[in-house]
Design a protein around this ligand. Structure first.
Ligand code: NG1
Ligand code: ZN
Length: 530
């Protein structure tokens, strides 16, 4: 299509019916589902342009992750599985908000500014979660893609990480994996089975867990995935699709409220897992014999992985530079443990997965996790090659080769394209199995500092700006000084405030040594923001 023949992209069905401003934030557009139809249509158009620019397939995922069921959202996935490039977030925001009368002009402007060859091919890989509004929004996106003659490859109901996987596999001609859901299930489950061999339980480890699927897409996908895992682990699924999405369940609820989700039986010492509405976040929890709740969040998962990799590298006598990436929300207890006990470099990145992902790429093996349970591990291609060579090196001992071969299989179990709750769950289960640990053994690695998060509703969250990975306020002037004054009164106290990138609120985080001080600390800091 020539840029001069764009008039037929005006589609009366998808005219702009909402006057409010929508913004492409850290997780794409996310708002009330009923104002999104024109946005999805326009994102379909934009995905085609992006595909032409990159000369590769682009992903388009319809989900609002852990938000309530009446919300929805869309995000575009770049060719290597990464989040959309920052400059295009601004283009997306502008395109979503222009009046219908300016739509053709704006598209033409993007084509010119980005120097897009309109005769190039374009492929958009689409997927959606289980929200009621998702099919209608998918149709809008497909109409947009087709209006610019893009090819649609729709995978229907998928988790966000599955869509990232499909994009990467498509763009690497299958070298990362087969670009189908069957390919995804096979790759992960084969590696999982290999590492645990035929041993079902091991020491304190019992191959049975409870999964809170947040009534989301994770439940649908897990039912299918389970067929590939039969005989290795028992997964008892709750919140598996009947109840309200993310309502009193799911990883975000359990992490923020620090309490168990509804519907999961209150049985002490049972290993429980909560994932979120699009299955890219995961946290573990259990109740002790006094029915007290214990949370093992993204920080715990990251430290478990880091410690295990360190051991495997020592056993295989391979030497790579390991690094761990956290955000300001990481518990101080975990950061101390990683630096002082594991002696692995820790980097604090800004909140939002793209920031962690890019820092992790700087290491041979970069482990990144947000405290909320979103994360994965990245391996440099050279590292994978060295491990592959080690597995077949006749000069290595059996112990060295076994460790190298475990590492190689673990790499296959990990969805390196983005944080993936189901892949991360298999990884944690593999480590616990190999170590013969129950969930209490895992928790004993280090002590978390008591911590809390609050959401504060303010008239304009953007009045607060921050620096130093969100840990210090720049504006309003004087606010940071006030926060420091409050925090200094508490032993091992730490607190910060930052505007959320996904909700119209300001987040307040606090931790300190004494749990009885915690409420006072966070309330005092929150009161500075009102
Ligand atoms: P915001 O709303 O910017 O705090 C939240 C999470 C991020 C990330 C994004 C995207 C917290 C404190 N923040 O961002 O970690 O996951 O959503 O989903 O959990
Ligand atoms: Zn999510």
């Amino acid at each position: 299509m020539e840029s001069s023949q764009l008039e037929n992209i005006l589609n009366v069905k998808y005219t702009k019916k909402y006057d409010g401003y929508v913004q492409y934030g850290t997780a794409g557009f996310r708002t009330k589902a009923d104002v999104l139809e024109h946005v999805l249509y326009r994102m379909g158009l934009l995905a085609v342009l992006r595909s032409k620019v990159k000369n590769a397939a682009i992903g388009l995922m319809i989900t609002a992750s852990h938000n309530i069921g009446s919300d929805n959202g869309v995000k575009l996935i770049d060719p290597a599985g990464e989040m959309l490039e920052a400059a295009w977030e601004l283009i997306a925001t502008n395109l979503a908000n222009v009046e219908d009368s300016d739509l053709v002009f704006t598209i033409r402007q993007i084509i010119e500014e980005q120097n897009i060859n309109m005769s190039a091919d374009a492929t958009v890989i689409t997927g959606r979660d289980t929200r009621e509004s998702s099919p209608v929004l998918l149709n809008a996106a497909i109409a947009g893609i087709q209006a610019l003659h893009g090819i649609v490859k729709d995978f229907g109901i998928v988790t966000t990480p599955q869509l990232h996987y499909l994009v990467v596999c498509t763009n690497t001609n299958g070298s990362y994996g087969e670009p189908t859901l069957h390919g995804y299930y096979t790759k992960l489950s084969k590696a999982f089975k290999y590492v645990r061999q035929d041993k079902i339980n091991n020491g304190q480890y019992v191959a049975e867990l409870s999964l809170d699927a947040a009534n989301g897409v994770g439940a649908t996908v897990m039912r299918e995935f389970y067929n590939y895992l039969v005989g290795t682990i028992i997964i008892n699924m709750y919140n598996d699709g009947i109840g309200d999405l993310n309502h009193m369940c799911g990883a975000d609820y359990v992490k923020v409220k620090q309490m168990p989700p509804v519907s999961v039986p209150n049985k002490p010492k049972v290993r429980c897992v909560s994932i979120d509405g699009d299955a890219d976040r995961i946290i573990y929890f259990y109740l002790d014999e006094n029915y007290e709740f214990h949370l093992l969040d993204g920080d715990r998962i990251a430290t478990l992985i880091a410690a295990y990799f360190k051991e495997l590298l020592q056993e295989s006598r391979l030497s790579f530079q390991l690094g761990l990436i956290q955000t300001a929300y990481a518990n101080g207890g975990s950061t101390n443990y990683i630096s002082n006990v594991l002696q692995i470099p820790v980097v604090c990145a800004s909140t939002g997965i793209k920031h962690l992902h890019s820092k992790a790429l700087e290491f041979d093996i970069g482990i990144y996790f947000e405290a909320n349970g979103h994360g994965t591990v990245l391996f440099k291609e050279t590292v994978i090659q060295i491990i592959k060579n080690a597995v077949i090196n006749p000069e290595l001992s059996i112990t060295e080769k076994t460790a190298a071969s475990k590492l190689l299989n673990i790499i296959d179990m990990i969805n390196q394209t983005v944080g993936d709750a189901l892949s991360d769950m298999l990884l944690v289960e593999t480590i616990l199995h190999d170590k013969g640990w129950n969930i209490m053994d895992w928790e004993e690695m280090y002590k978390d500092l008591p911590n809390k998060q609050l959401k504060v509703i303010v008239s304009d969250k953007n009045l607060i700006t921050t620096t130093n990975a969100g840990r210090q306020c720049v504006t309003p002037e004087g606010l940071q000084g006030e926060i420091d004054k409050v925090v200094s009164k508490y032993r091992n106290g730490r607190s910060f405030v930052r505007p959320s990138g996904t909700e119209d609120i300001v987040r307040v985080y606090a931790e300190c040594e004494n749990s009885t001080d915690l409420n006072e600390l966070i309330v005092n800091v929150a009161s500075l923001v009102y």
